[in-house]
Design a protein around this ligand. Structure first.
Ligand code: AMP
Ligand code: MG
Length: 404
């Protein structure tokens, strides 16, 4: 059986080897959050486009300000966006605001806080060095330089950079579509009243949200009962999309029929179990050149296995570089006592007290316990080599997406 990192690697390999056209579309920057760049963005001009003052103060010749106490004559004022036609000569300065272009002749800015003014005479309380508080034209990006490479995921900073370069229309890859099919005789739609032995479908919505925030376009297929024909036809519908995610029906029970239905349709299995808890029965297959994930139906298992295995597939199919798992270290506030040579993902809370992250495992009733997961903001990751750990030891943690 594969470890979780081997299984992730397998997903990335298989998804990368599938031949499918990477379709592009052009969209407005307002709609570009989380999308993947298909055509790189270049700087349309030098940035900054002029030598820019980054302080309010006085533009001076540094040779006039080699030591504190220099007295200069103020010959004008420059506001952001303003133009100054003259040249700053020896013994002269120009009052300047943040964001204004440094006038000819000046090569330093002295902050207003370090000056005294009497009429047109400005006394500098400090010396100034050449270039001080000036960002030179083109020093952030030269005209024509690459700002955003292809395959980059567009976050707010990348989108701000595109706006700076006037790239208000962006060419991005189309989002992969992801079909969601839950299975189970006992599963009813969340808007319906369940019978005493039924449960509401929470996986449908959690997978939809996870898929959407990861960068896929979710397509909701509802729930199939535990009947081979119903599951098969649900899968066939799901194979119209790029990725199919099923929940439930992959364990060893008599009515866990997802693997059988996939096999009937000619699926090739890449793994049918991963050394993790929760989520051990997770299945990954390809069928008719589509990716199929069979996630265990217990809601915490579904969410953990989505994060671990489906997310990298969405990255690859989005044209993006697969995101690494953001593992960090935190000091244990509760001891760890786990069993089973598996990697455990335990709902936990991390808090930053002082300069250190502290993590405490939450009480939970196992992989069906959404109450515990909703209280958790992270997972404590306990590997098979360290199943027992003491209070105060450093442990691995991954954030719960969106909770930190
Ligand atoms: P399974 O993986 O089909 O054996 O299901 C394991 C557990 O998860 C059972 O207790 C199911 O009732 C529960 N479960 C399965 N599918 C869902 C779902 N869509 N929403 C909420 N719970 C589910
Ligand atoms: Mg089931």
């Amino acid at each position: 059986m594969l470890s979780y990192s081997e299984a992730r690697q397998k997903v990335i390999e298989v998804a990368g080897a599938i031949r499918r056209p990477m379709r592009r579309e052009t969209i407005e920057i307002e709609d570009a959050f989380n999308r993947t760049v298909a055509a790189e963005v270049y700087s349309d001009r030098d940035y900054p486009p002029f030598d820019r003052s980054v302080r309010d103060g006085f533009a001076v010749r540094s040779s006039d300000a080699a030591s504190a106490g220099a007295r200069l004559e103020c010959i004008g004022e420059l506001r952001a966006g303003g133009k100054f036609d003259g040249v700053v000569g020896p013994g002269e300065c120009v009052e300047i605001m943040t964001g204004a272009g440094v006038p000819q002749g000046a090569d330093a800015v002295v902050m207003v806080e370090y000056t005294k003014r009497e009429g047109r005479t400005i006394t500098l309380d400090r010396a100034a060095k050449s270039g001080e508080h000036i960002v030179r034209r083109g020093s952030e990006a030269g005209e024509g330089s690459l700002l955003i490479p292809t395959r980059a995921r567009l976050g707010y900073a990348e989108i701000a950079l595109a706006a700076q370069a006037g790239a208000t229309l962006l060419e991005v890859f189309q989002r992969p579509s992801l079909a969601i099919l839950s299975t189970g005789d006992e599963v009813v739609e969340a808007r319906k009243m369940p019978g005493p032995l039924e449960v509401r479908n929470s996986n449908g919505i959690s997978v939809q949200i996870l898929a959407g925030t990861a960068g896929a376009k979710p397509v909701q297929l509802g729930n199939a009962p535990d009947q081979i024909g119903a599951i098969r036809s649900g899968i066939e519908r799901g194979l119209n999309e790029d990725i199919l995610v099923l929940s439930g029906g992959v364990s060893m029970g008599k009515y866990d029929l997802v693997e059988q239905a996939l096999a009937d349709l000619g699926a090739v299995f890449h793994y049918t179990g991963v050394e993790i808890r929760p989520g051990r029965p997770a299945v990954f297959a390809t069928c008719r050149d589509k990716l199929v994930f069979g996630l265990p139906g217990n809601p915490v298992s579904t969410m953990v296995t989505f994060e671990l295995f489906v997310l990298p597939a969405i990255d690859v199919f989005s044209g993006a570089v697969p995101r690494p798992l953001p593992i960090f270290k935190a000091r244990l506030d509760t001891p760890v006592r786990e069993k089973g040579a598996l990697t455990h993902f335990l709902p936990s809370r991390v808090e930053w007290t002082g300069r250190e992250a502290h993590v405490a495992q939450l009480r939970w009733q196992g992989s069906g316990d959404v109450v515990a997961l909703a209280t958790a903001n992270c997972f404590l990751v306990v590997g098979p080599d360290r199943l027992e750990m003491e209070l105060g030891e450093m442990a691995d943690v991954i954030p719960r997406r969106g909770a930190i």
